[in-house]
Ligand binder design. Sequence first.
Ligand code: GSH
Length: 202
Amino acid sequence: MITFYHSPMTRSSRVLALIAAMDIFDWVDIRDVTVARFDGTGRRDPSNPHPEGKVPLLVHDGVAIWESAAILLYLTDLFPESDLGVPPGHPQRGRYVSWLSWYAGVMEPALVHDAAGLSHPFLTATFRGPAEIRERLSTALAEGPWLVGDHYTAADLLVSSPYLWFQDLDPGCERIRDWVARCAAHPARLTAMELDGKALAA
Ligand SMILES: N[C@@H](CCC(=O)N[C@@H](CS)C(=O)NCC(=O)O)C(=O)O
């Protein structure tokens, strides 16, 4: 039994998009919960078992999996036939888990620091900044249209997400802009947005 705690139009929408891309709706019980949002709306939902009251959260047979990158990795490992991940033993596995971890440990912190106007040698030394992120992505995408191998994976879904969420976040070059456009056009993202739109309207 897999339960996914979700709140529309939040970071958990990325997990919803993965569930759509993998077409595993029959396997996952999706529970919409409220969260305290940055704009002051919403509130912590007592029915959400996330220890910090956040989304996304996955619970599989009683065991909680939290953090977007961990959840994407977990689901793509659990449903390898969906081909949205890279299984252990595959030559590209290391690249796949590295992009997911790089997103969580480097890219998102660096972008949040930048958006908050924070600058400090400790932060720069540890996470670098938007220019280095652009350079890293541009170099990776020079090798092919997707971050890992020859097709869209959960790594593309996660790493492209800030550019899809913050429309004014500049990808910096055509190569990244084109990749973001390819990720934006993925049918699963459009499905997730439609589901989220309906949930918010209800
Ligand atoms: N690093 C976490 C961040 C999760 C997160 O901050 N989610 C926000 C929604 S976008 C949330 O649940 N906020 C509610 C709160 O801070 O109480 C992840 O990617 O899973």
